[in-house]
Design a protein around this ligand. Structure first.
Ligand SMILES: Nc1ncnc2c1ncn2[C@@H]1O[C@H](COP(=O)(O)OP(=O)(O)OP(=O)(O)O)[C@@H](O)[C@H]1O
Length: 374
């Protein structure tokens, strides 16, 4: 059963100019038509490079950003239509965990006060004693000592602060937690601990997660379903295993090809897809397929003019590419102009691109056009 359904959600920020009178001179199309469904008790991972609209979408679900159009149906209720007071009450059930735990914790409040604040606002716990007992129980669950109650955020390490952020969400007894880059500010060794904790809590408390990350490795292990975003839209969505076994969209293939593989033989021989050009501005997205300006498989006319719909290719593997089937079957080759961007490393060394145009991605992936965000 799906707990959260997004139906063609758009968040467009007006761009204003003018000294005396603000005139709207354009829009940033941060989220531009996202439909997805999150099953109760599962984790939906949302990946994409910086600026593709992941955070804006997460905030829109909680209505921390105004929604331009579309429906955000949570447990049968369209949040986009809820009056402010009812939305405030619903927010208890939808919580968010942020990337920077320190930035989201008031340095002048001790942990008990930070956690009790939200509980009191939502009428959880009859009195201070009851709230304290609940907070102690949650602190134990997230692996913090009971003595943490009277301490202040700066007294904790980065990983512990993220545990406090998780506890702050949990004391409100939410159903859905949006985790926005929950581990990207943490050391790699701590990242796994926090991800494991999130998984344990999901199992024991029946939580549903949307995990937002730019790092494919982070979402891989924790997600049941993964959605890949590019310029405000989903380009691919699939059960986690299917996505990693066979990425179908050229953008996902490029992201995956940039992730190092631990096996040296595989690492030396695998395909590397280097994207050329930078991410276009969401204020002036390309017509047709948003990815066509960087796509090695771009075909004339159709890709430039017709925006592809997310289409189910079987087993819930949805892809927004006119030529996904042909690319998967190998019957469509990368276009001549962009073919050098698809490199095959050999054990002896990397085959250099035939004639890389100046200013494009360097063969080692370090240039400005290299696939980012993975
Ligand atoms: N309040 C705002 N007003 C105008 N533009 C905004 C606003 N918030 C975000 N944007 C723009 O919307 C686009 C998407 O931003 P968003 O933060 O959602 O991306 P992201 O994928 O989460 O990136 P990051 O990982 O860097 O946070 C960006 O171009 C950003 O500059």
């Amino acid at each position: 059963m799906s707990l959260l359904e997004l139906d063609d959600v758009k968040v467009h920020f007006p761009v204003k100019r003018g000294v005396f009178f603000d005139r709207t001179v354009g829009h940033v199309y941060a989220v531009d038509g996202i439909s997805l469904s999150v099953t109760a008790g599962q984790t939906y991972g949302l990946v994409g490079e910086s600026g593709c609209g992941k955070t804006t979408l997460g905030r829109a679900i909680l209505r921390l950003n105004d929604i331009t159009s579309g429906r955000v149906v949570f447990d049968g209720t369209d949040l986009a239509q809820l009056p402010a007071e009812e939305m405030r009450r619903s927010r208890r059930r939808l919580q968010m965990i942020f990337q920077d735990p320190l930035g989201s914790l008031n340095p002048r409040q001790n942990i008990e006060s930070i956690l009790a604040e939200g509980m009191a606002a939502h009428g959880i716990g009859a009195d201070r004693e009851e709230r304290r007992a609940r907070i102690s129980e949650i602190l134990e669950r997230v692996g913090l000592p009971a003595g943490a109650l009277s301490r202040y955020p700066h007294e904790f390490s980065g990983g512990q602060r993220q545990r406090i952020g998780i506890a702050r969400a949990l004391v409100l007894e939410p159903d859905l937690i949006i985790c926005d880059e929950p581990v990207s500010a943490l050391d790699v060794s701590i990242q796994a601990q926090v991800l494991n904790l999130l998984e344990e809590l999901q199992d024991s408390m029946g939580l549903t997660y949307v995990v937002i990350a730019h790092d494919l490795a982070v979402v891989r292990h924790i997600s049941d379903v993964i959605g890949v975003m590019y310029l405000g839209a989903l380009v691919e969505e699939a059960p986690s295993d299917a996505l990693y076994a066979e990425p179908r969209h050229p953008y996902t293939r490029a992201l995956m090809s940039a992730v190092p593989v631990p096996d040296p033989d595989l690492e030396d021989n695998r395909e590397r897809i280097l994207l050329r050009g930078d991410l276009p501005s969401p204020a002036a997205p390309p017509a047709g397929c948003r990815f066509h300006t960087r796509c090695p498989w771009r075909q004339p006319e159709r890709c430039d003019t017709e925006r592809p719909e997310l289409t189910d290719m079987g087993g819930g593997h949805r892809v927004a590419c006119h030529y996904a089937a042909e690319i998967a079957a190998g019957t469509l080759r990368p276009t001549t102009e962009l073919a050098p961007r698809v490199l095959h490393d050999t054990a002896e060394g990397t085959e250099p691109p035939a004639a890389a145009p100046a200013g494009d991605a360097a063969p080692d992936g370090s240039g400005p056009g290299a696939a980012r965000g993975a």
